[in-house]
Design a protein. Structure first.
Length: 257
């Protein structure tokens, strides 16, 4: 499963931005089945560990903690780290100097200068960045906790607490990604269906142990709105001028054809 990455040092910085324009035509292998398999393995392992740590008692907090163990960003989540390294998933490999952000200054985008450009891959027929995995699981969980535990209205969370105007976006990378915000919301949907709804992922059997009831598939969540070349981002002035220049040179536009 993902256990081999536990022996690796997670010393690489999180790639804060992706380029879904450059080399998107080279992506021909959809990773839906592979990514479904990995997430379902995480859910199975979480059930096993939660039942072992808390026998005869279905602890939602314990189960959620075990899922987060594999998906939380510590510089980058274990799942995302695996996704960047595995030979099972076809990815683009675009450096900052080859990307649509070529020429962006350190002042305009300290995030890109320190972390570089992330990878993109094909998921459910959609070109998405590897950063969307963290957005889905962790920002999605923050949305869920904000609504269910802190009592905030979902519409206010979506409008004010997405982070793309601050450290997750404009303040760090110079990019406000609506695709990131979409992944955040779809992650909220995922966590909302963990224990509740018509088809929850987890069921408490006889009040004693968790059962992984529903198989996860990214097809329930990933849409073209996750693709930054279709769901166009906003930029600060410096990044926007470089992107516009590079688009003109390459005869690109957003949304792409």
């Amino acid at each position: 499963m993902l256990s081999f990455i536990l022996a690796l040092s997670i010393s690489t910085a999180h790639a804060y931005e992706v380029d879904n324009f450059t080399d998107r035509h080279t992506l021909t292998q959809d990773s839906l089945d592979i990514m479904n398999r990995e997430v379902n393995r995480i859910l199975d392992r979480a059930v096993f560990e939660a039942n072992k740590e808390s026998p005869d008692r279905c602890s939602r907090a314990m189960l959620r903690q075990e899922i987060v163990r594999w998906t939380r960003p510590e510089i980058v989540s274990l799942l995302e780290f695996w996704l960047v390294l595995t030979d099972d998933v076809q990815r683009t490999s675009v450096g900052l100097s080859d990307s649509i952000y070529r020429g962006v200054t350190l002042t305009d985008s300290p995030g890109m200068w320190s972390a570089g450009i992330g990878r993109s891959f094909l998921l459910n027929g959609v070109v998405v960045g590897t950063d969307k995995i963290g957005h889905f699981f962790m920002q999605g969980l923050e949305y869920y906790k904000s609504v269910t535990e802190d009592g905030h209205v979902l519409e206010d969370v979506l409008r004010k607490e997405h982070g793309e105007d601050g450290v997750w976006g404009l303040a760090m990378t110079g990019v406000k990604s609506y695709a990131d915000m979409t992944a955040n919301y779809d992650g909220y949907r995922f966590w909302s269906q963990m224990f509740l709804g018509r088809r929850p992922y987890m069921r408490c059997e006889q009040g004693r142990r968790w059962v992984h009831e529903r198989e996860f598939t990214w097809a329930d969540y990933v849409s073209p709105a996750w693709d930054e070349a279709l769901n166009c981002s906003d930029f600060n002035a410096g990044v926007a001028s470089r992107v516009e220049h590079n688009f003109s040179e390459r005869n690109l536009k957003c949304p792409v054809d």
